[in-house]
Ligand binder design. Structure first.
Ligand code: ZN
Length: 695
């Protein structure tokens, strides 16, 4: 009756169906089984005339029906019971049913006859015939949707996801009706996610994955094939036969497969530097106008610099724009740089730091979507696929890390295990039990884990192949040690900062000699931190960023204080995306310690609030041979304070540091006047951690 040949269809640029061949004979019930997004509904819509295929044939009784309208298809004898029922909630059951026969212009008598038939099949609908459809239960609405389709007395009934969202008992009822319809000779094309149900209810079946038919055959044979059961009913296994019975009984509704990597491409579509530059110019012009029109802060800053948005005509005009700094963000607290109305903000994130110093950034939904998309790109560049299991051991909460890693992971279709930082026992247990293949953390956390794996001698029982780490500098020896102790994992340094969406604004590629940064989302300048003039290409300087499509809190020439350099030319990996070196350090004296940004001034503030301590202190950062970081504070007692109070003072100061900065430091008290003084700014930070850093 229905024959589909070499059918392809697109949604916009995305191909949804790839050369589908399918047949439904008169009187048959044929099931089309596949996961969400496999293309099932698209196929049904093509048949019904709701979506126009790109190529291929759809024949009804040998006649090509491509290009017919849905109303014409209805007159050809097709009726669709759509996914999600789509009953008219404000109309009664009776009125909804009558609509099903509307395109056929039936006589009053014929309509009455069909109504009687439908009510015989669905006695519940008769009971509720005057009730508004919106007040029916999900199962009753499903019956109504099917009844409405049956009002057309279709030769071919298309059922789209009849069990979706229904409780198992109601599903039983719906499938009993499908059985009855089939026995009464109705030809049915049944689309279902629930493979076990659909196979039990049909004569033959097609399994659809990523827009392609991957398996076809007699339903009973498919249902009993142990390989297919394992692959498509998911739960069947030798260890757990009960799970397969559960599947066969229709009590599981299993997502059949993950998205195809070939369809999940997060790399930019352009291939030349010229195309990238014209994309960047358009983004720069948009950003300046958007910030000028939406943010009082930017309007003033741009006007003070004599900039009108219309005067931005080339990428070189970037140099005329005023800078934005972390101080601007703090002054404009709590919604700095906000350039959209509050109604458009869907989220805020904040950087870590002591109270009053937090940088808070606003996000619109588009900002979140963009971030998600380029974070997925990070995973893609590291070679993470939907088959990976990603254990995320970075912080979740108001800071950006956890959210970014999570969103990107789910976007690429991998399995996310959101553990958060710390908790070594649970991390190890999950590495073993879930067989995580990717581990995401800070460099120090990765090192801690590596040592724990080594200590427990389990390197050959875990499955980690890749480690994505960020937010700290790392040395060559540290990377090597992490990789070895993890049993030979590949390491990827990921970059990012809260002001610029969060983590994921760039990542090391598989060549492992650079960071690719997302030049289609932001511009990167490398400037001399003193003169603020560009350094020659390839030389070290301060990283200054300008966003190209960020809505909530755009950045214009934001001084990150991170030091890096541009690597000229194309990477051996072939990507058009530009590159910089790993971050070498900071132009200010911020300390990065175990993943936390610490301003020495905040330590000053904490220490000066402890009575009995003097004003002079030093911060010593060291790394032991295993690569673990330590902070030691050498602090003077105040004048006249006796060394007998050392224990008490140390206890109090360590407690305050831990409480306010969320890191541990060891305190060492010395006599008043023993630390060196200088008339100029004393050196307070002594960082001897990195001796062979890779850049
Ligand atoms: Zn590369």
């Amino acid at each position: 009756m229905l024959r589909i040949a070499k059918l392809t269809a697109h949604y916009g640029a995305a191909q949804a169906l790839f050369g589908i061949d399918l047949e439904v004979g008169a009187g048959e019930t044929v099931a089309l089984v596949g996961a969400n997004g496999a293309g099932k509904s698209t196929l049904l819509k093509c048949v019904m005339g709701l979506v126009k295929p790109t190529s291929g044939r759809i024949e009804l009784d040998g006649r090509n029906v491509i290009g017919q309208s849905p109303a014409q298809m209805a007159r050809c004898g097709l009726a669709l019971s759509p996914e999600g029922r789509e009953v008219f909630g404000n109309l009664s059951v009776f009125e909804n049913l009558r609509l099903g026969a509307l395109p056929l212009r039936l006589t009053r008598r014929e309509e009455e006859r069909r109504l009687t038939e439908v009510f015989e099949r669905f006695p519940k609908l008769l009971e509720r015939r005057q009730q508004l459809a919106g007040t029916l239960s999900g199962g009753e609405q499903q019956m109504l949707a099917m009844g409405r389709a049956l009002m057309a007395s279709p030769r071919l009934l298309l059922l789209d996801e009849p069990s979706l969202g229904l409780a198992p008992l109601i599903t039983d009822e719906i499938f009993a009706i499908i059985h009855q319809l089939a026995r009464a000779g109705t030809t049915i094309l049944l689309v279902e996610q629930n493979a076990a149900r659909a196979l039990s209810a049909s004569d033959k079946a097609y399994l659809l994955a990523n827009g392609r038919i991957v398996e076809r055959g007699e339903s009973a044979a498919l249902l009993n094939d142990p390989n297919l059961r394992a692959a498509f009913l998911g739960a069947a296994s030798h260890e757990n036969p009960a799970a397969s019975r559960l599947g066969a009984a229709g009590l599981t509704n299993i997502r059949l497969e993950k998205p195809d990597m070939h369809q999940m491409d997060f790399m930019p579509t352009f291939t030349t530097e010229e195309a990238l530059h014209s994309h960047q110019l358009a983004g720069l012009q948009w950003t300046v106008r958007h910030a000028f029109e939406g943010s009082p802060f930017y309007r003033k800053s741009l006007e003070d610099a004599g900039i009108q948005p219309a005067s931005i005509t080339t990428l070189e005009d970037l140099r005329r724009l005023p800078f934005t700094t972390a101080d601007n963000l703090r002054e404009d607290y709590p919604f700095p740089l906000r350039s959209v109305p509050f109604e458009q903000i869907v989220r805020v994130h904040a950087s870590s730091g002591t109270t009053g110093k937090r940088k808070v950034l606003s996000y619109t939904q588009k900002d979140i979507d963009d971030w998600t998309s380029f974070f997925a790109r990070c995973y893609q560049m590291a070679g993470v696929t939907p088959l990976d299991r990603v254990q995320i051991a970075v912080g979740y909460g108001v800071w950006t890390a956890g959210a970014g890693f999570q969103l990107g992971c789910e976007k690429i279709g991998a399995l996310a295990i959101p553990v958060g930082p710390g908790n070594l026992d649970m991390q190890i247990q999950f590495l073993l039990d879930f067989q995580s293949t990717v581990f995401c953390s800070t460099a120090s956390m990765a090192l801690l884990m590596a040592e724990e794996i080594h200590k427990r001698g389990i390197a050959d029982r875990i499955a980690v192949k890749k480690i994505i780490y960020g937010s700290e500098r790392s040395s060559r020896s540290m990377r090597q040690r992490i990789s070895e102790l993890f049993g030979g994992a590949e390491l990827f340094d990921i970059t990012g900062l809260t002001e610029l969406y969060g983590p994921g604004t760039g990542i090391e590629c598989r060549q492992h000699d650079c960071i690719h940064y997302w030049g289609d989302y932001y511009l990167l300048e490398i400037l001399d931190p003193t003169s603020l003039e560009p350094v020659p290409e390839g030389e070290w300087g301060e990283m200054v960023v300008t966003t190209l499509c960020k809505e909530g809190a755009p950045l214009i020439r934001y001084r990150t204080r991170d030091i890096t350099r541009i690597i000229p030319g194309r990477c051996a990996c072939g990507s058009v995306l530009p590159r910089h070196s790993r971050i070498r350090g900071r132009t200010d004296d911020t300390i990065k310690f175990r993943g936390v940004n610490i301003y020495p001034s905040s330590i000053d503030t904490i220490l000066s609030a402890v009575p009995g301590l003097g004003s002079e202190y030093q911060i010593h950062l060291t790394r032991d041979q295993d690569g673990r970081d330590y902070m030691c504070l050498r602090v003077e007692r105040a004048t006249g304070v006796n060394a007998e109070r050392n224990a008490e003072l140390i206890h109090e100061a360590e407690h305050q540091i831990k409480k306010q900065l969320l890191v541990s430091a060891d305190l060492e008290l010395v006599d008043y006047g023993t630390l060196p003084r200088s008339e100029r700014k004393s050196q307070r930070v002594f960082d001897s951690r990195i001796t062979d850093e890779i850049v």
